[in-house]
Design a protein around this ligand. Structure first.
Ligand SMILES: [Mn+2]
Length: 290
C-alpha cells in the first residue's frame, strides 16, 4: 500500500476507540470513534458562582461522563478546588460525586492527569493512592499524537506577580505545610476560606478583560520559552479564567487558555489534528482569539 494511504490509516487505527457502554444492564451501545484528549481547569469546587458549588460539581460530572467514553486521556489542569489541603489522615469534606466518577474513569483504565493550582496546591498523595492519578506540581512537556504540548496551571509563571511568587514560596515550603497540618482542620479551613474570599477567583467574566499582548503574563511566558528555543505546538494553561486561543510569534505554537467553570464552562479537546476550545452546557461566547 502506498505510504500516503498506509500511514493515515495506521494512525487512525491506533487512535480508534471501540467501546461498549451500557447505561443499564442488558442495554448496550456499540460505538466507534477516534480517541481524543480533553483538557479542563479551574472548576473551583467549594465556591459558589453562577451555579452553586454542588450544582457545578454535578455539571463537571456530566461533562466527565460525556467525554470519558471517547477520551484517550483527561487533563485536569489545576484549581479543581477552591481550597484543598490533605492532612495526614483527613481530607476536606464534599466532592463525593466528582470522586465517584474519577474512580470509575480510572477503573476503566482511562488515564487522568491532575495538576495543582494556586488554590489546591496542597495535594500530598491522596489522588495517587485513591485514584491512581498522577499529580503534577509543575508544568510538564509531553507529546500527544506527534504534537508537542507544554501543560501547566500557569500560576507564578511569566514576569510580575511578585507578591504571589513570594507567597507561593511560603505555601510550598515543607515547614509551613507541616505547621498548617497541625492546625485543627476546622481552623485551617476557616483560615483558608477567609483568605480565598479575598482572592478573586469568582470575578465575573465581564470584569475579566484581555489585557493586550504585551500585558498578558502567560503570553509573555510563552514568548520567553520560544526565545529559549522551547517551541511546543501548544502551550496549555488555566489560571487566567479567560478562554484564549492565541497564535504565537514563531508562527507554529499556540497559547491555549482553558478558561474556567464558574461562568464559562470551557474546555479544550485535541483530536489528533487540531486543538479546539469548547463550552459545556454554556453559550459559546467570550473566547479571546486573534
Ligand atoms: Mn483559578
Amino acid at each position: 500500500m502506498p505510504c500516503v494511504l498506509y500511514f493515515p490509516i495506521k494512525q487512525a487505527f491506533l487512535r480508534a476507540n471501540f467501546y461498549i457502554c451500557g447505561d443499564y444492564p442488558g442495554h448496550f451501545k456499540y460505538t466507534f470513534s477516534l480517541k481524543k484528549t480533553f483538557f479542563a481547569s479551574d472548576f473551583h469546587l467549594g465556591a459558589d458562582a453562577r451555579l452553586s458549588s454542588a450544582e457545578r460539581e454535578r455539571q463537571v460530572v456530566r461533562w466527565l461522563r460525556q467525554v470519558a467514553p471517547e477520551a484517550d486521556a483527561i487533563y485536569l489542569v489545576g484549581d479543581l478546588f477552591e481550597f484543598w489541603f490533605e492532612y495526614k489522615s483527613v481530607i476536606p469534606k464534599g466532592f463525593s460525586r466528582l470522586f465517584g466518577v474519577l474512580a470509575e474513569i480510572r477503573d476503566a483504565n482511562i488515564p487522568v492527569y491532575v495538576f495543582t493550582g494556586n488554590h489546591d496546591l496542597w495535594m500530598f498523595g491522596y489522588f495517587e493512592q485513591e485514584f491512581n492519578i498522577p499529580v503534577y506540581h509543575q508544568p510538564i512537556q509531553t507529546e500527544i499524537y506527534g504534537k508537542t504540548f507544554l501543560i501547566g496551571h500557569g500560576d507564578g509563571l511569566g514576569p510580575n506577580d511578585i507578591g504571589y511568587k513570594r507567597m507561593k514560596k511560603v505555601f510550598v515550603h515543607p515547614f509551613s505545610q507541616w505547621l498548617f497540618g497541625w492546625f485543627h482542620p476546622d481552623l485551617g479551613t476557616r483560615l483558608a476560606n477567609f483568605s480565598s474570599q479575598k482572592s478573586r477567583s469568582a470575578t465575573p467574566p465581564e470584569e475579566r478583560n484581555w489585557l493586550g499582548e504585551d500585558r498578558e503574563w502567560l503570553l509573555q511566558y510563552c514568548n520567553r520559552k520560544i526565545d529559549q528555543g522551547i517551541e511546543p505546538d501548544y502551550f496549555v494553561f488555566g489560571h487566567r479564567h479567560l478562554p484564549i486561543d492565541w497564535p504565537l510569534k514563531n508562527g507554529k505554537s499556540r497559547y491555549i487558555n482553558l478558561g474556567e467553570w464558574m461562568y464559562h464552562c470551557s474546555y479544550a479537546v485535541f483530536d489528533g489534528v487540531e486543538m479546539q476550545l469548547r463550552f459545556f452546557e454554556s453559550e459559546e461566547s467570550e473566547r479571546v482569539r486573534e
